[in-house]
Design a binder for this molecule. Sequence first.
Ligand code: SF4
Length: 223
Amino acid sequence: MKAGRAKARIAPEALPAHASAVYSILASLYPDAHCELDHQGAWQLLVATILSAQCTDRRVNMVTPRLFETWPTPPDLAAAPQEEVEDVIRTTGFFRNKARNLIAMAGALVDRHHGRVPDTLDDLVQLPGVGRKTANVILGNALGINAGVVVDTHVQRLAARLGLTRETDPVKIEQDLMALFPQESWTMLSHLLIWHGRRVCHARRPRCTDCALAVLCPSAGLV
Ligand code: SF4
């Protein structure tokens, strides 16, 4: 069985204790886990998160200093020429689409929210280029609001391997995780899963023999 498509199963009655044990081990491994997109405040994190689609955080962090220096506020970016924004963000991939979304998103902040980043999921997902995942990143990391769990490719993979969900749709995975973990831990939960996914539980070759979760992971050694 491939761990990436694991049918990992934990008995339903054992799931809460299993989830709690997974969280404890990960929290002790990565006490400083945090969002790895460099930012100051919700506006910068919103821009960086839109840029991070299909791109590494490291590469985003290489372009955002110039972007924020050239267009520091929503009104600045809303008035920016698209070609100039494209030039700055080109290396992050899908740069035409991202530039269009960034400019439109900044314009929507100016038009609808007095140039401020809104603090509700409903308002955030109305912004161009912003889906539920991005909205959860902003709420959890810049505004201190645990409204949901960020389900990216790492969270999706690890939740399946660890038997925390049998779903494949990100929205349903998020619902499973929200039901299993206390709300105050939702933002940190996604950091912990992402950090472990980047360092140990890789997509292609998970390092099960070095993994502190192997004692309780139903996918350990099944790759
Ligand atoms: S034992 Fe660790 S590395 Fe292996 S599948 Fe489970 S979580 Fe991933």
